[in-house]
Design a protein. Structure first.
Length: 191
């Protein structure tokens, strides 16, 4: 079930190396005519809640927004439930978010710092980012369908952009960012 606040997110994530040609990639994406391009520094604070391992809870803070997000977790993150709650942008709400989530059970907290380059199209968001947690870093390109009426239409949008930029969906990772950087040893490991 989805609504205007609860929806199914459809995305493909590709792991690229630290030597990824970001300048060349940017030129290729810009040739497709995005509506908006921007670069942002983002702090994502993830919370693992005991007994709720099938969900990831995230507090996001950047220069444009502040949100509390709940995302379903599965072996493949191609399609997953997402619920976003916009928070006041006048100050950092992280302490309140943590207090709120603590009501649901024991928490572990994990911060991921991201440097993102966003290319927004009417039907798709393409993002290149570097994400860091502890001593780990991952370099990713993500394609996320926006406004598609169903999964099949969303995947068709994603594949159109992947093909235009030389990505093969057979090489994508099904792991979420939380699972790539945090989940393997989440409980009892604090950063």
């Amino acid at each position: 079930m989805t609504s205007s606040t609860t929806f199914l997110e459809h995305e493909h994530k590709f792991l690229v190396g630290a030597d990824f040609d970001l300048a060349g990639f940017t030129r290729s994406v810009e040739a497709l005519g995005p509506c908006v391009t921007k670069a942002l520094a983002v702090r994502d604070t993830y919370f693992a809640v005991a007994g709720k391992e099938s969900f990831a809870f995230r507090h996001r803070l950047d220069a444009e927004l502040q949100q509390l997000t709940v995302k379903s977790r599965a072996a493949d993150s191609e399609t997953r439930l997402e619920v976003n709650l916009d928070l006041a942008t006048g100050g950092d709400q992280l302490a309140r978010v943590e207090a709120f989530l603590r009501v649901f059970g024991r928490l572990e907290r994990f911060e991921i710092a991201k440097e993102i380059h966003v290319f927004d199209f009417d039907d798709c968001e393409i993002v290149h980012y570097v994400a860091r947690h502890g001593g780990l870093a991952v370099y990713c390109v993500e394609f996320e369908a926006k406004t598609a009426p169903d999964r099949a239409a969303a995947l068709a949008v994603i594949r159109r952009y992947e093909q235009a930029l030389g990505f093969d969906d057979h090489t994508r990772t099904g792991a979420s960012l939380f699972d790539l950087l945090v989940a393997p040893g989440a409980w009892g490991k604090r950063s």
